[in-house]
Design a binder for this molecule. Structure first.
Ligand code: HXC
Length: 257
């Protein structure tokens, strides 16, 4: 029997997905990325899930795309397959995704973490884009998202040297949100996911969209998107509930409607 590529669990409105190819440091082959996109889309549709938590193991979040699978590929293979379609599906997930990163997050692994909305890392995590050493460049957003996250000169150095950076440096550069001891990574990331899962889901969804828009829209258009999202939320029961609960000095009960 083949082992499943992902380990999935649902706890307290958090959908947890663990990458599960430990023998190759969670190298991201096509089947795994396809399954990941499938599961994330299912979780996106599941009313019992309000936040997604993506993890690897203590040695690797993911050490990149599967080099064995790519080594003999041709340009035509990438066009015909199409290789990045599943990455685009992950990018379009509307619920927040938290990455809990331990060990290596390299190449596609670093890019996958950057596709997530929040990154919590262990003290031993390492982030890098080593593709240059293989004769290629990042292909799942590395040159774009890393540059937006840490700025041109830092991204340039990481991408041109291929040298990974430790979690503490990633934190200082603004690539990740926090660094925690390895043994508490899962719990800290889960608590953060639970906290976000307790927020009004529609507002969370629109907030995620609006922040992502800030990454690629001019300010004028981004502000326009934000204002319209703000108006839209006044059609939701959760807006009434949130504001009434404040006035009545009680805890709000958000339904996602
Ligand atoms: C396939 C991989 C792999 C990868 C590790 N393995 N990374 N297999 N694809 N990306 C396999 C190794 O071949 C080895 O298998 C096993 O995992 C353990 O790895 P070791 O190298 O023995 O471990 P270690 O000495 O601890 O070194 C860890 C490492 C090194 C520094 C992370 O494995 C490494 O440099 N990996 C490649 C990292 C990389 O270049 N990533 C970018 C890939 S390109 P065996 O069978 O020998 O035990 C990319 C492009 C993205 O990501 C494009 C968009 C998706």
């Amino acid at each position: 029997m083949t082992e499943s590529l992902l380990i999935i669990e649902k706890t307290e409105q958090v959908g947890k997905i663990q990458l599960n190819r430990p023998q190759v440091l969670n190298a991201l082959n096509t089947a795994l990325v396809r399954e990941l996109a499938d599961v994330m889309e299912q979780m996106d549709q599941d009313d019992d899930i309000r936040c997604i938590l993506l993890t690897g193991n203590d040695k690797a979040f993911a050490a990149g795309a599967d080099i064995g699978e790519m080594a003999e590929a041709t340009s035509v293979d990438f066009i015909v397959k199409p290789f990045f379609a599943d990455w685009d599906r992950i990018r379009k997930i509307s619920k927040p995704i938290i990455a809990a990163v331990d060990g290596f997050a390299l190449g596609g692994g670093c890019e996958l973490a950057m596709c997530c909305d929040i990154i919590v890392a262990s003290e031993t995590a390492r982030f890098g884009q080593p593709e240059i050493n293989l004769g290629v460049i990042p292909g799942a957003g590395g040159t774009q998202r890393l540059t937006r996250a840490v700025g041109k000169v830092r991204a340039m150095e990481m991408i041109l040297t291929g040298k990974p950076i430790p979690a503490q440096v990633a934190l200082e550069l603004g690539l990740i949100n926090r660094v925690v001891p390895s043994e508490s990574l899962e719990e800290e990331a889960f608590q953060l996911a639970k906290e976000i899962a307790g927020k009004p889901p529609l507002a969370v969804r629109l907030a995620k969209q609006a922040v992502l828009k800030a990454m690629d829209l001019p300010l004028e258009h981004g502000l326009h998107f934000e204002q319209h999202s703000f108006y839209l939320l006044f059609s939701s029961d959760d807006q009434r509930e949130g504001m009434r609960a404040f006035q009545e000095k009680r805890k709000p009960d958000f339904k996602g409607k």
